[in-house]
Design a protein around this ligand. Structure first.
Ligand SMILES: [Zn+2]
Length: 115
């Protein structure tokens, strides 16, 4: 069994070895995630990570993703892409709130201390 996260830690880049390891472990989710990170389609806003998918942008927070996959009890590749991006530091950083109008009203502001 190939452990893609271990391979990623060793290789420290999204080369073919890493891509194959993710494809092996996650199938199409793996290749979609790796390709998105390679294309720098993962963006870090102040409040969320945002992944630009094939049919829209989705925000990700931990294991939560805003896309429709979870409505069907499926796992999507967006959360996987964010984990890969975080592991490598391969994402665009925007000093902006993704939801500037405040969707999360119980978190009006939090300065610094990003996890
Ligand atoms: Zn998703």
């Amino acid at each position: 069994m190939i452990h893609p996260w271990q391979v990623l830690k060793t290789e420290r880049s999204l080369n073919e070895t890493v891509r194959q390891a993710f494809v092996h472990a996650y199938g199409k989710r793996g290749s979609d995630a790796v390709d998105a990170v390679r294309d720098r389609r993962v963006k870090k806003y102040r409040d969320y990570f945002v992944v630009v998918g094939n049919s829209g942008e989705y925000y990700v927070e931990g294991d939560f993703c805003s896309c429709e996959a979870r409505l069907y009890g499926k796992s999507c590749w967006h959360t996987l892409a964010v984990r890969i991006a975080q592991e490598l530091g391969e994402y665009e950083t925007y000093d902006l709130w993704y939801y500037k109008d405040g969707v999360d009203e119980e978190e009006p502001e939090y300065e610094g201390g990003q996890p």
